[in-house]
Design a protein around this ligand. Structure first.
Ligand code: HEC
Ligand code: HEC
Length: 368
């Protein structure tokens, strides 16, 4: 009985103070009329290397200047987490090519997930599913998930939307981006749309040495050229690296779901993380993960879905060894017979995929 009463008191207290406002001023939520703020969305054209495929956008969520700007604010704002300590950017930092440089990500409650954060570079081009296992189909759908994920931002959308409606700035930004008329019209779907627009704007600048060489504006050193030829199997006098079959140009990924021989397992049911198999329900897909891009790879350590390799040297040693046996290891994961000279050359080539301009682009940085 005493317990019950205490709950009722706590609940009543929570109701009073769930109104808008910070610690000092408690305001009552006011549904602001926003119609005097101009709504005049401008389509945003972004440029990316000419070798890239066309960037597809959903008809009902074309990038606009104000949409991308709103998405950028949301992406960097800890208001999206229950205790205001973390934002999307906590795990997707520009300087890590939009990863967190941890083996596996850690959320607001200090609980570690089982997967490594993924680079968001060129994420708008990936149309075979998102996440290491492909469980999300669109950026709009994906952006709804981290807020309520118990090991990420661990809040509820109702609460986040309420917090956004209470701010001075967000109702105006949602008005400019989506034409809402009152602050109560802010929804999680619109927030997700804005974040998806921002993410689609995260494209290669074209200033990596690799892109410049392809565009005829720079040349590889001898060592880089050797690495390039091993990567793409194009010199008969050098061993084949086989890399391009899965990390093909121009995005340096085919975005397929494959097993690259990370674990030694006797059968399909023994993989610790079944990956793609959990999404397709086909046990032949167990232990398969999406091929990630190698663009900016030197900035997104540690490597693989569980961050098991700390360095690129370890990654190259893994491939050179032919990987570990499992029933669905891809047939191209075989001993490569690369000497130290070849490995150094491959490493030099991987460095040419670095795009500093992308990571330092002010349009992608924290707006606050
Ligand atoms: C606690 C760390 C953490 C936070 C916070 C976080 N992410 Fe992630 N993100 C990850 C991890 C880990 C993965 C890979 C998960 C997997 O494959 O199971 C990922 C994957 C993604 C992907 C998939 C990329 C691809 O190429 O498939 C996108 C997009 C993404 N996150 C966007 C966001 C957005 C938007 C937010 C904020 C709303 C956010 N993330 C918040 C850790 C985080
Ligand atoms: C049969 C396809 C295949 C081939 C061939 C292949 N890879 Fe991969 N690569 C993958 C897959 C799949 C992953 C992700 C595996 C995982 O995390 O479970 C991956 C991951 C990586 C990663 C880690 C990326 C990150 O963000 O964590 C690097 C680096 C890499 N590969 C480099 C190479 C190089 C260099 C070669 C050639 C020597 C190569 N790969 C050959 C399929 C392949």
């Amino acid at each position: 009985m005493a317990m019950k009463l205490r709950y009722i008191i706590v609940f009543a207290f929570a109701l009073i103070f769930s109104s808008c406002g910070d610690d000092s001023t408690v305001k009552v939520f006011e549904d602001r009329d926003l119609t005097d703020i101009e709504y005049n969305p401008q389509t945003l054209q972004i440029s990316y290397p000419q070798t890239f495929p066309r960037l597809e956008q959903p008809d009902d969520n074309l990038m606009t200047t104000d949409g991308v700007e709103l998405g950028r604010h949301l992406f960097y704002d800890p208001i999206l987490s229950a205790d205001s300590t973390m934002s999307c950017a906590s795990c997707h930092l520009p300087l890590g090519s939009f990863t967190d440089n941890l083996a596996v990500s850690i959320g607001i409650d200090n609980i570690a997930g089982k997967r490594s954060s993924m680079s968001l570079l060129n994420t708008g081009f990936y149309n075979t599913g998102l996440f290491w296992d492909g469980r999300s189909t669109t950026l709009e759908e994906q952006a709804l998930l981290p807020v309520e994920d118990p090991i990420e931002l661990h809040d509820t959308w109702d609460n986040v939307i309420f917090k956004l409606q209470c701010t001075e700035a967000y109702p105006e930004m949602f008005r400019k981006a989506f034409g809402i008329e009152k602050s109560s019209q802010i929804t999680k779907e619109l927030a997700a749309k804005a974040m998806a627009q921002f993410e689609r704007s995260l494209v290669s600048s074209g200033s990596s040495k690799y892109d410049k060489v392809l565009a005829g504006k720079d040349v590889f050193t001898e060592e880089e050229l050797m690495g390039f030829e091993i990567f793409f199997d194009i010199n008969e006098d050098l061993p084949d690296g086989e890399c391009f079959h899965c990390h093909n140009e121009p995005l340096l990924t085919t975005n397929e779901y494959l097993n690259n021989g990370l674990d030694s397992v006797p059968d399909f049911d023994s993989f610790e993380d079944v990956g793609y198999g959990a999404v397709t329900g086909v046990n032949f897909d167990n232990g398969k993960f999406r091929v990630p891009t190698l663009r900016n790879i030197i900035h997104s350590a540690p490597f693989m879905h569980d961050g098991r390799f700390q360095t690129l040297e370890e990654v190259l040693d893994h491939y050179n060894s032919g990987g570990k046996p499992s029933p669905n290891k891809h047939p191209l994961i075989v001993p490569l017979g690369l000497t130290q000279e070849h490995l150094d050359a491959l490493m030099a080539f991987l460095h040419t995929l670095t795009d500093e301009e992308f990571m330092n682009n002010p349009a992608y940085s924290d707006p606050n």
